[in-house]
Write a protein that binds this ligand. Sequence first.
Ligand code: 5RP
Length: 262
Amino acid sequence: MPAELSPIDKAKFVAARRATAFVEDGMKLGLGTGSTAAWMVRCLAERVRDEGLRVVGVPTSSRTADLARQLGVPVASLDEVKWLDLTIDGADEFDRDLNLIKGGGAALLQEKIVATASDRMIVIADAAKEVTQLGAFPLPVEIIPFGWQTTKALVEETLVSLDVLNREVSLRMNGDRPLITDEANYIIDLHLKRIANPRQMALVLNQIPGVVENGLFIDICDIVVIGHGDGRVEVRDITTGEVAEDRVIFADTDNIFADLGD
Ligand code: 5RP
């Protein structure tokens, strides 16, 4: 393992590593987006290479598709595969009911479609992503570019009637231009600090013309795998209520880190 890997990266890695143990031969998988999901793709590629695991992955972004192809994980589109056994993805925040904020990596639209088209969704995260109430992380909302300022104003107006601590909305930028998603849309970030009723928020936001999708994942995630920098992992299953603790050994991981360089 490269010596400079931070405790957070180690935590993300062990969560990803433990989650890939849920993958069985022949599965159709949703492949998430972000730095934690990238570890998962690396761990999956290792199993494909070393064990001859046969899987097909549906990536949730062009970035993940590129990484999967580069590492030899077979990929297909959702339309080719249609329904998935399992999606493994990261999150920006999760609460005790495994409701999530996602979209920090601007891929929430494909991520939500793919996770919803899966029998199960596993979230992989470092422990810092757990919150008692969602909303400290700005809530990403994907909107179409046409009339985006009007859509933003409508979102701001809608927030007035919702129980939040702050109501600032910003357009996500990429340098001096609006960030463009894989679906050629914009992202606005809702700086709410606290969302009292995430279910209501998710429903109301999606009623606004111009809003394509919001980053609240309600009742979609089944299992969270929480990683720690010392190798400990906790697996919580919201359906069964089971909580299990495990440990990932860092030894013999050189293959995984090979494509990172030192
Ligand atoms: C991308 C996402 C990511 O899963 C989320 O931002 C977490 O990213 P990371 O694993 O890099 O912390 O929702 O749209």
